[in-house]
Design a protein around this ligand. Structure first.
Ligand code: PXL
Length: 281
Protein backbone atom coordinates (compact mmCIF):
# COMPACT_ATOMS: atom_id res chain seq x y z
CA UNK A 1 0.00 0.00 0.00
CA UNK A 2 1.26 3.47 -0.88
CA UNK A 3 1.84 5.68 2.14
CA UNK A 4 -0.89 8.25 2.59
CA UNK A 5 -0.36 11.36 4.68
CA UNK A 6 -3.65 12.90 5.72
CA UNK A 7 -4.37 16.03 7.71
CA UNK A 8 -7.60 16.14 9.68
CA UNK A 9 -8.84 19.44 11.06
CA UNK A 10 -11.49 19.43 13.75
CA UNK A 11 -11.85 20.10 17.47
CA UNK A 12 -10.53 18.09 20.38
CA UNK A 13 -13.47 17.28 22.63
CA UNK A 14 -11.36 15.86 25.45
CA UNK A 15 -14.18 13.62 26.65
CA UNK A 16 -17.13 12.38 24.63
CA UNK A 17 -15.97 10.24 21.69
CA UNK A 18 -16.33 12.59 18.78
CA UNK A 19 -14.23 14.65 16.37
CA UNK A 20 -10.46 14.10 16.77
CA UNK A 21 -10.67 11.46 19.52
CA UNK A 22 -12.62 9.38 17.01
CA UNK A 23 -10.96 10.38 13.72
CA UNK A 24 -7.39 9.77 14.83
CA UNK A 25 -7.80 6.20 16.11
CA UNK A 26 -10.02 5.18 13.18
CA UNK A 27 -7.72 6.60 10.50
CA UNK A 28 -4.61 5.21 12.20
CA UNK A 29 -6.22 1.77 12.45
CA UNK A 30 -6.91 2.01 8.72
CA UNK A 31 -3.22 2.51 8.03
CA UNK A 32 -3.35 6.20 7.21
CA UNK A 33 -0.62 8.46 8.59
CA UNK A 34 -2.77 11.09 10.24
CA UNK A 35 -1.64 14.55 11.24
CA UNK A 36 -4.02 16.71 13.23
CA UNK A 37 -4.84 20.39 13.40
CA UNK A 38 -7.13 21.03 16.38
CA UNK A 39 -9.58 23.87 15.74
CA UNK A 40 -10.47 24.17 19.42
CA UNK A 41 -10.12 22.27 22.68
CA UNK A 42 -13.30 21.60 24.64
CA UNK A 43 -13.59 19.70 27.91
CA UNK A 44 -16.49 17.73 26.34
CA UNK A 45 -18.58 17.99 23.19
CA UNK A 46 -21.61 20.28 23.24
CA UNK A 47 -24.27 17.61 22.73
CA UNK A 48 -25.76 17.03 26.16
CA UNK A 49 -23.06 18.34 28.52
CA UNK A 50 -23.37 21.76 30.12
CA UNK A 51 -20.63 24.10 31.34
CA UNK A 52 -17.97 22.79 28.98
CA UNK A 53 -14.77 24.76 28.42
CA UNK A 54 -13.94 26.03 24.92
CA UNK A 55 -10.41 27.11 24.00
CA UNK A 56 -10.47 28.68 20.56
CA UNK A 57 -7.31 27.91 18.56
CA UNK A 58 -8.14 30.09 15.56
CA UNK A 59 -4.99 32.19 15.68
CA UNK A 60 -2.74 29.13 16.02
CA UNK A 61 -3.93 27.78 12.66
CA UNK A 62 -2.02 30.17 10.33
CA UNK A 63 1.13 29.84 12.47
CA UNK A 64 1.02 26.05 12.31
CA UNK A 65 0.41 26.24 8.56
CA UNK A 66 3.33 28.66 8.08
CA UNK A 67 5.66 26.31 9.97
CA UNK A 68 4.59 23.34 7.85
CA UNK A 69 5.17 25.38 4.70
CA UNK A 70 8.67 26.23 5.90
CA UNK A 71 9.36 22.56 6.64
CA UNK A 72 7.98 21.52 3.23
CA UNK A 73 5.35 19.30 4.86
CA UNK A 74 2.77 18.23 2.27
CA UNK A 75 -0.35 16.07 2.53
CA UNK A 76 -2.08 13.64 0.17
CA UNK A 77 -5.49 14.31 1.65
CA UNK A 78 -7.39 16.66 3.95
CA UNK A 79 -10.47 15.85 6.00
CA UNK A 80 -12.30 18.53 7.95
CA UNK A 81 -15.00 18.09 10.59
CA UNK A 82 -16.22 20.43 13.32
CA UNK A 83 -14.74 23.88 12.70
CA UNK A 84 -15.22 26.51 15.39
CA UNK A 85 -15.65 29.76 13.42
CA UNK A 86 -15.98 31.46 10.03
CA UNK A 87 -12.47 32.84 10.33
CA UNK A 88 -11.09 29.32 10.76
CA UNK A 89 -12.71 28.25 7.52
CA UNK A 90 -10.66 30.86 5.64
CA UNK A 91 -7.41 29.91 7.38
CA UNK A 92 -8.06 26.25 6.60
CA UNK A 93 -8.67 26.99 2.91
CA UNK A 94 -5.21 28.55 2.80
CA UNK A 95 -3.59 25.51 4.45
CA UNK A 96 -5.31 23.17 2.00
CA UNK A 97 -3.92 25.30 -0.88
CA UNK A 98 -0.38 25.57 0.46
CA UNK A 99 0.17 22.18 2.14
CA UNK A 100 -1.40 19.84 -0.40
CA UNK A 101 0.45 17.64 -2.85
CA UNK A 102 -0.60 17.85 -6.49
CA UNK A 103 -4.06 16.26 -6.73
CA UNK A 104 -4.52 16.10 -2.94
CA UNK A 105 -8.04 15.06 -1.97
CA UNK A 106 -10.23 17.31 0.15
CA UNK A 107 -13.04 15.66 2.11
CA UNK A 108 -15.39 17.95 4.02
CA UNK A 109 -17.88 16.89 6.64
CA UNK A 110 -19.74 20.20 7.01
CA UNK A 111 -20.49 19.63 10.71
CA UNK A 112 -23.10 22.21 11.78
CA UNK A 113 -26.15 20.47 13.17
CA UNK A 114 -28.61 17.62 13.26
CA UNK A 115 -32.37 17.03 13.48
CA UNK A 116 -33.10 20.40 11.88
CA UNK A 117 -31.11 22.42 14.42
CA UNK A 118 -27.67 23.97 14.36
CA UNK A 119 -25.29 22.85 17.14
CA UNK A 120 -24.61 25.30 19.98
CA UNK A 121 -22.42 28.17 18.79
CA UNK A 122 -23.34 28.01 15.07
CA UNK A 123 -25.59 30.44 13.20
CA UNK A 124 -26.86 31.00 9.67
CA UNK A 125 -23.91 33.20 8.77
CA UNK A 126 -21.60 30.25 9.56
CA UNK A 127 -23.74 28.00 7.38
CA UNK A 128 -23.41 30.48 4.50
CA UNK A 129 -19.65 30.53 4.93
CA UNK A 130 -19.60 26.72 5.05
CA UNK A 131 -21.45 26.65 1.71
CA UNK A 132 -18.59 28.74 0.26
CA UNK A 133 -15.94 26.63 2.04
CA UNK A 134 -17.17 23.39 0.46
CA UNK A 135 -16.63 24.85 -3.02
CA UNK A 136 -13.10 23.43 -3.06
CA UNK A 137 -14.05 19.97 -1.71
CA UNK A 138 -13.79 16.71 -3.65
CA UNK A 139 -16.33 14.99 -1.44
CA UNK A 140 -18.86 16.41 1.03
CA UNK A 141 -20.72 14.40 3.68
CA UNK A 142 -23.68 16.41 4.96
CA UNK A 143 -26.57 14.98 6.93
CA UNK A 144 -30.04 16.17 5.92
CA UNK A 145 -29.93 19.14 8.30
CA UNK A 146 -26.55 20.28 6.98
CA UNK A 147 -27.73 19.74 3.40
CA UNK A 148 -30.68 22.06 4.01
CA UNK A 149 -28.41 24.72 5.52
CA UNK A 150 -25.87 24.39 2.71
CA UNK A 151 -28.63 24.92 0.16
CA UNK A 152 -30.26 27.71 2.21
CA UNK A 153 -33.56 25.81 2.33
CA UNK A 154 -35.91 24.74 5.12
CA UNK A 155 -35.27 21.37 6.77
CA UNK A 156 -38.04 18.93 5.84
CA UNK A 157 -37.83 16.57 8.83
CA UNK A 158 -39.12 13.14 7.81
CA UNK A 159 -41.35 14.66 5.18
CA UNK A 160 -39.41 13.77 2.03
CA UNK A 161 -39.29 11.12 -0.65
CA UNK A 162 -36.86 9.71 -3.21
CA UNK A 163 -37.60 12.62 -5.59
CA UNK A 164 -36.52 15.13 -2.93
CA UNK A 165 -33.24 13.28 -2.24
CA UNK A 166 -32.52 12.87 -5.94
CA UNK A 167 -33.29 16.55 -6.45
CA UNK A 168 -30.92 17.84 -3.77
CA UNK A 169 -27.99 15.50 -4.54
CA UNK A 170 -26.98 17.18 -7.83
CA UNK A 171 -27.49 20.61 -6.25
CA UNK A 172 -25.24 19.70 -3.34
CA UNK A 173 -22.71 18.36 -5.81
CA UNK A 174 -22.87 21.64 -7.74
CA UNK A 175 -21.62 23.51 -4.64
CA UNK A 176 -18.20 21.92 -5.14
CA UNK A 177 -18.47 20.06 -8.45
CA UNK A 178 -17.59 17.08 -6.26
CA UNK A 179 -19.09 13.86 -4.96
CA UNK A 180 -21.70 13.76 -2.22
CA UNK A 181 -22.47 11.29 0.54
CA UNK A 182 -25.76 12.30 2.14
CA UNK A 183 -26.20 10.66 5.55
CA UNK A 184 -29.30 9.89 7.61
CA UNK A 185 -31.47 9.03 4.58
CA UNK A 186 -34.56 6.87 5.12
CA UNK A 187 -37.52 5.86 2.97
CA UNK A 188 -38.70 3.12 5.32
CA UNK A 189 -39.08 3.65 9.09
CA UNK A 190 -37.14 0.44 9.75
CA UNK A 191 -34.12 1.42 7.61
CA UNK A 192 -31.56 4.20 7.73
CA UNK A 193 -28.61 4.80 5.46
CA UNK A 194 -26.85 6.99 2.95
CA UNK A 195 -27.26 8.25 -0.59
CA UNK A 196 -24.21 8.75 -2.79
CA UNK A 197 -23.82 10.97 -5.83
CA UNK A 198 -20.93 10.53 -8.22
CA UNK A 199 -20.22 13.94 -9.77
CA UNK A 200 -18.54 12.49 -12.87
CA UNK A 201 -21.28 10.07 -13.89
CA UNK A 202 -24.30 11.53 -12.09
CA UNK A 203 -24.89 8.04 -10.67
CA UNK A 204 -26.94 7.87 -7.47
CA UNK A 205 -26.51 4.98 -5.04
CA UNK A 206 -28.22 4.01 -1.80
CA UNK A 207 -27.22 1.79 1.09
CA UNK A 208 -29.39 1.06 4.11
CA UNK A 209 -29.05 -0.81 7.38
CA UNK A 210 -31.44 -1.52 10.22
CA UNK A 211 -32.56 1.70 11.96
CA UNK A 212 -31.76 1.63 15.67
CA UNK A 213 -34.10 4.04 17.43
CA UNK A 214 -32.69 7.07 19.22
CA UNK A 215 -29.79 9.43 18.75
CA UNK A 216 -26.18 8.28 18.99
CA UNK A 217 -23.79 11.13 19.46
CA UNK A 218 -20.59 11.19 17.38
CA UNK A 219 -21.79 8.71 14.78
CA UNK A 220 -21.39 11.36 12.07
CA UNK A 221 -17.70 11.61 12.95
CA UNK A 222 -17.31 7.83 13.19
CA UNK A 223 -18.93 7.51 9.77
CA UNK A 224 -16.95 10.31 8.08
CA UNK A 225 -13.63 9.03 9.50
CA UNK A 226 -14.21 5.47 8.30
CA UNK A 227 -15.41 6.76 4.92
CA UNK A 228 -12.33 8.95 4.54
CA UNK A 229 -9.98 6.11 5.49
CA UNK A 230 -11.64 3.73 3.05
CA UNK A 231 -11.55 6.25 0.21
CA UNK A 232 -7.87 6.97 0.87
CA UNK A 233 -7.16 3.23 0.93
CA UNK A 234 -8.44 2.96 -2.65
CA UNK A 235 -12.12 2.11 -2.23
CA UNK A 236 -14.59 3.74 -4.62
CA UNK A 237 -17.07 6.35 -3.37
CA UNK A 238 -19.82 3.73 -3.09
CA UNK A 239 -17.58 1.09 -1.48
CA UNK A 240 -16.29 3.59 1.08
CA UNK A 241 -19.84 4.78 1.84
CA UNK A 242 -21.00 1.17 2.36
CA UNK A 243 -18.04 0.16 4.52
CA UNK A 244 -18.53 3.20 6.74
CA UNK A 245 -22.23 2.29 7.27
CA UNK A 246 -21.28 -1.31 8.14
CA UNK A 247 -18.70 -0.05 10.65
CA UNK A 248 -20.93 2.61 12.21
CA UNK A 249 -23.84 0.21 12.78
CA UNK A 250 -21.45 -2.18 14.54
CA UNK A 251 -20.21 0.66 16.75
CA UNK A 252 -23.83 1.51 17.62
CA UNK A 253 -24.70 -2.13 18.36
CA UNK A 254 -21.64 -2.43 20.62
CA UNK A 255 -22.99 0.53 22.63
CA UNK A 256 -26.54 -0.77 23.09
CA UNK A 257 -25.97 -2.93 26.22
CA UNK A 258 -24.60 0.13 28.07
CA UNK A 259 -26.62 2.74 26.30
CA UNK A 260 -27.83 4.52 29.47
CA UNK A 261 -24.37 5.12 30.96
CA UNK A 262 -22.70 5.47 27.56
CA UNK A 263 -25.10 8.10 26.18
CA UNK A 264 -22.38 10.55 25.06
CA UNK A 265 -20.83 8.55 22.21
CA UNK A 266 -20.51 5.13 20.61
CA UNK A 267 -18.10 2.32 21.41
CA UNK A 268 -16.44 2.35 18.01
CA UNK A 269 -13.29 0.75 19.48
CA UNK A 270 -15.06 -2.60 19.61
CA UNK A 271 -15.77 -2.46 15.88
CA UNK A 272 -12.20 -1.56 14.81
CA UNK A 273 -11.11 -5.19 14.22
CA UNK A 274 -14.08 -5.58 11.85
CA UNK A 275 -13.11 -2.39 10.00
CA UNK A 276 -9.49 -3.47 9.60
CA UNK A 277 -10.64 -6.87 8.33
CA UNK A 278 -12.69 -5.22 5.58
CA UNK A 279 -9.84 -3.12 4.14
CA UNK A 280 -8.30 -3.95 0.77
CA UNK A 281 -5.18 -6.05 1.32
O1 PXL B 1 -19.90 15.26 16.51
C1 PXL B 1 -19.92 16.56 16.08
C2 PXL B 1 -19.34 17.49 17.12
C3 PXL B 1 -17.98 17.72 17.12
N1 PXL B 1 -17.40 18.53 18.02
C4 PXL B 1 -18.14 19.11 18.98
C5 PXL B 1 -19.51 18.91 19.04
C6 PXL B 1 -20.13 18.08 18.08
C7 PXL B 1 -21.57 17.87 18.11
O2 PXL B 1 -22.27 18.23 18.99
O3 PXL B 1 -20.21 19.47 20.02
C8 PXL B 1 -17.48 20.02 19.97
Amino acid sequence: MADIKLLTIQDVSCFGQCSLTVALPILSAMGIETAILPSAVLSTHTGGFTGYTFRDLTEDIPEIGAHWQKEGILFDAFYTGYIGSKKQLNYIKYIVCTCGKEGARFIVDPVMGDNGKLYAGFDEAFAEEMARFVSSADVILPNLTEAAYLLGEPYRGDDYDRAYIEGILPRLSALSEGDVVLTGVSFDPKKLGVATYDAKTGEIGYYFEERIEGAFHGTGDVYASAFTGALCRGNSLKEAAVLAVDFTIRAIRATLPERKEHWYGVKFEEALPYLIGRLPK
